[in-house]
Write a protein that binds this ligand. Structure first.
Ligand code: TXA
Ligand code: MG
Length: 352
């Protein structure tokens, strides 16, 4: 099929410009659209056949449930049951925004959307185009990240086209996304609200609103126990493995840079192409390899913003090995390291 690419200025657009996209969604088609986190691949989440098309286009395992995107908190009454008070408190504080809540699903929500689960993941995106599209289509838009399964989530419409051109009906290009990594997922069906995927909304931010919050044990780095199954089905997949062999280096920055310099020199001497994931603070200190800056270490939002683009760049450049600096695993750094560690298959070297 031919994929329509439509540019829309998110700062200044008329709702009618989204008419075609809304119509495609109503008719059961697939439209990729921007959100504040990453681009989503949308279908009407209450039309089971439409939601199924998402799995085919992405090559996504069918047990991996989709997130329903809504434009008003009222929608919770329609798609979820036994909604706890904490959900409304979190919605009040963080919606629209990068927080996804897992709730008990209502009968309306088809199993084709929830991967067979009795629960549904819901989020209200903080993006004018996404919100307008949900309202105009009259749909709750089921949308995973708009990448081919196993590739980094797309932060630009070009990334979406690179993966899905010819496989979906339309891509709405609203420019580069703001945050750059996927939403935080919190499960509100357990006794203690539990983070299933770290993101921009951190544990401490959530605790300010609902008190104690747990972290799904299966997503912690130190937990290599293969029997621990993550509660978010998607978190069990290797998600994304770069074509180059990725190693993360942790330790004092000066030592990390020295170690990466030493190894890149060796690798280049053996004829291998080396990619280095650096930061603004360190980029000038590397002597070998292709150096890409993810962002400023002192401002982690810039690192979240740049990470997936750099990983995609290194795939395009066909590097053989990638060396990455590491980040402190607290606050937003926890989400950044979660994505980086998964990409590296948890391959970390501690530098003394
Ligand atoms: O920021 C985001 O969340 C983006 C944008 C497009 O909204 N979406 C996104 O979707 O990252 P996706 O499909 O790539 O990731 C959804 C994650 C998966 O790990 C999935 O297993 C989990 O959410 N999930 C969805 N429904 C769930 C449920 N009912 N229970 C537990 N985990 C669920
Ligand atoms: Mg995804």
């Amino acid at each position: 099929m031919e994929t329509i690419l439509q540019h829309i200025d998110k700062h200044q657009f008329e709702r009618e410009e989204l008419g075609k996209a809304a119509m495609i969604l109503r008719e059961g088609g697939l439209v990729a659209f921007p959100t504040e986190t990453v681009y989503g691949l949308g279908a009407d989440g209450l039309q089971e056949e439409a939601a199924k098309k998402i799995y085919a286009a992405k090559g996504r395992p069918s047990d991996n449930p989709l997130i329903l995107h809504i434009a008003s908190t009222e929608a919770l009454k329609d798609i979820a049951v036994e909604v706890p008070e904490s959900a409304y408190q979190l919605a009040e504080k963080f919606w629209p925004g990068p927080l996804t809540m897992v709730l008990k699903k209502s009968e309306k929500v088809p199993y084709g959307t929830t991967g067979g689960l009795e629960t549904v993941a819901v989020r209200m995106p903080d993006h004018e185009i996404a919100l307008a599209l949900i309202e105009m289509s009259g749909a709750y838009i089921a949308a995973p990240s708009a990448n081919t399964s196993g590739r980094p989530s797309p932060t630009t419409a070009k990334h979406v086209m690179d993966d899905l051109d010819g496989k979906i009906d339309m891509v709405v290009d609203g420019g580069q996304v703001g945050i750059g990594i996927e939403s935080t997922i919190i499960d509100l069906t357990s006794d203690v609200p539990t983070i299933l995927r770290p993101g921009y909304v951190t544990k401490s931010m959530l605790e300010e609103v609902v008190g104690e919050v747990a972290l799904d044990a299966a997503i912690l780095k130190e937990n290599k126990d293969k029997n621990l199954k993550p509660k978010a089905p998607g978190m069990k997949y290797r998600h994304y493995a770069p074509k180059g062999d990725l190693t993360i280096f942790e330790g004092e920055m000066g030592h990390v840079v020295a170690r990466i310099n030493e190894l890149s020199k060796e690798q280049e001497a053996q004829g291998r192409r080396v990619g280095i994931i650096a930061t603004e603070e360190t980029k000038h200190q590397y002597e070998h390899g292709i150096v890409k800056t993810v962002g400023k270490r002192s401002q982690e939002t810039t690192v979240a913003h740049g990470l997936y683009g750099v990983l995609r760049d290194f795939d395009d450049l066909a590097v053989d090995v990638i060396y990455a600096e590491s980040f402190e695993e607290h606050e937003l750094g926890q989400a950044i390291m979660n994505r980086l560690l998964k990409a590296a298959g948890y391959h970390v070297e501690h530098v003394e």
